[in-house]
Design a protein around this ligand. Structure first.
Ligand SMILES: Cc1cc2nc3c(=O)[nH]c(=O)nc-3n(C[C@H](O)[C@H](O)[C@H](O)COP(=O)(O)O)c2cc1C
Length: 360
C-alpha cells in the first residue's frame, strides 16, 4: 500500500474498492412484515454507491434471529429475490455491496420470532424491546442454546451466505458485534456456560469460529468479513477483559484468511485520535486487512490509514452516510456535512431515508 489517501483504490480479499470510504451497516427498518426489503431500499443504497464499499444493514439469517420489527431477512426466496434487485441496482451504479448477516439472539421478542429468544446463557438484558404490535415490552429471559440449537444457527448462517452470494453480493459480513448472538457468546457478561461453548476465550469464541468456518465455505473466505466491537456496551454487553477476549478471537480468525476484520471501536475507554492499541494488536495477530469504525472524520481517517500496524483498508462511516449520500465527494472536496435526523433512523418510508440531497 503506497498511497494512504481515503480516495485511492484498495482491496479486501477478492473485493476491489475504488476508494477507502466504506458505508457502515445501519439498520433502517424499511422491510415488510415478511422481512422483504421495500422498493425504496434499492434507491437508498444506489444513492450511496460512490462509497468504496457498502456494508448493508443487518440482515437476519433466520426467523429465530430476526428480533426487531420490520428488519429484512435472507432466509426466504422472496427475501433473496428482493436483495438481488437491490444489489443489481447498486452494481449498475458502480458500487460494491457486502451483506451483513445477523442473528439477534436475546435481543428479540417472541412475538416477532415465534419462540422464546435464545442466547449463550439465560441472562436477560435490561431494557425493553419493540414487539410485533409495535408496543414496548421488557426483554424475555432467553433460553441457553443446546448443541442442536447451536448447529441450527451455524447452518442458518451458511444457508444465508449462499443466498447472499447467489443474489449477487460481493461478499458477506458476519455480525459478531454490538451484542447480538455471536457477541453474546464471546463476552463474559452474557456467557456463563461451563461446557465447550463458554468458560475460556477459546470456548466463548467457538460459536463465532464455527459460523466463520461455515460461511467461508459457503461464500468463499476471500468474500467473508467479520465485525467485532470489543468495548461496545450497547444491548447490555460487558466483558471482564476485552484485551484478552478480542485479541484471542482475532488470532483464531487469522487461519481463515478472511477478506477483512471490521473493528467497531465504540465505547473504547481511551479516546485516541488514531486507532486504539487493542485494534492494532488485533490487526497484528489477525494478519489481514482491517476496516475501522466509530466517530471517524477525515482527519482521524488519515491517521488510521497511516498506521501501518492497523493495516486499514477502509474507514467506515455510519451516521454521516445517512444525511450525505455523496459523502465521498464531500470529504474529498471539504464540503460541509448535512446533519442526520435521528427521528427517521428506524422505520418509516422515504422521509429521512432517500430524500437527503447530494451537494449542488
Ligand atoms: C441508525 C443506525 C443503525 C445501525 N445499525 C447497525 C447494524 O445493523 N449493524 C451494525 O453492525 N451496526 C449498526 N450500527 C452501528 C454503525 O454501524 C456504526 O458503528 C455507528 O454508527 C458508529 O459509526 P459513525 O460514528 O460513523 O456513525 C447502526 C448505527 C446507526 C446510527
Amino acid at each position: 500500500m503506497s498511497d494512504v489517501s481515503l480516495f485511492e483504490p484498495d482491496s479486501v480479499g477478492d473485493i476491489s474498492l475504488c476508494n477507502r470510504v466504506v458505508m457502515a451497516p445501519m439498520t433502517r427498518n424499511r422491510a415488510d412484515a415478511q422481512g422483504v426489503p421495500l422498493p425504496c431500499v434499492a434507491t437508498y443504497y444506489t444513492q450511496r454507491a460512490t462509497a468504496g464499499l457498502i456494508i448493508s444493514e443487518a440482515v437476519a439469517v433466520c426467523r429465530q434471529g430476526s428480533g426487531y420489527s420490520l428488519i429484512p431477512g435472507i432466509w426466504t426466496d422472496a427475501q433473496e429475490a428482493a436483495w438481488k434487485k437491490v444489489i443489481a441496482a447498486v452494481h449498475q451504479a458502480g458500487g460494491k455491496f457486502v451483506l451483513q448477516l445477523m442473528h439477534t439472539g436475546r435481543i428479540a421478542h417472541s412475538s416477532l420470532t415465534g419462540e422464546t429468544p435464545v442466547s449463550a446463557s439465560a441472562i436477560v438484558p435490561e431494557g425493553t424491546v419493540m414487539a410485533a404490535d409495535f408496543s414496548w415490552q421488557p426483554f424475555e429471559t432467553p433460553v441457553a442454546l443446546d448443541e442442536a440449537g447451536i448447529g441450527a444457527v451455524v447452518e442458518a448462517f451458511a444457508r444465508a451466505s449462499a443466498r447472499a452470494i447467489r443474489a449477487g453480493a460481493d461478499g458477506v459480513e458476519i455480525h459478531g458485534a454490538n451484542g447480538y448472538l455471536p457477541d453474546q457468546f464471546l463476552r463474559t457478561g452474557s456467557n456463563i456456560r461451563s461446557d465447550g461453548w463458554g468458560g475460556s476465550p477459546a470456548g466463548r469464541s467457538r460459536l463465532l469460529l464455527e459460523i466463520t468456518r461455515a460461511v467461508s465455505e459457503a461464500a468463499g473466505a476471500a468474500r467473508t468479513g467479520v465485525r467485532l466491537s470489543p468495548w461496545n456496551p450497547f444491548n447490555g454487553m460487558s466483558d471482564r477483559n476485552p484485551g484478552i477476549t478480542f485479541r484471542d478471537t482475532a488470532e483464531r480468525l487469522a487461519r481463515f484468511r478472511l477478506a477483512y476484520l471490521h473493528i467497531n471501536e465504540a465505547g473504547a475507554p481511551n479516546p485516541a485520535p488514531g486507532p486504539q492499541q487493542l485494534t492494532r494488536d488485533m490487526a497484528r495477530v489477525f494478519g489481514g486487512r482491517v476496516l475501522i469504525n466509530a466517530g471517524y472524520d477525515a482527519e482521524r481517517a488519515r491517521l488510521a490509514l497511516e498506521d501501518r500496524v492497523a493495516n486499514v483498508a477502509g474507514v467506515v462511516f455510519g451516521v454521516p452516510f445517512i444525511a450525505n449520500p455523496d459523502l465521498v465527494r464531500r470529504l474529498k472536496e471539504d464540503i460541509p456535512l448535512a446533519a442526520a435526523d435521528p427521528a427517521t433512523f428506524y422505520g418509516g418510508g422515504e422521509k429521512g431515508y432517500t430524500d437527503y440531497p447530494a451537494a449542488p
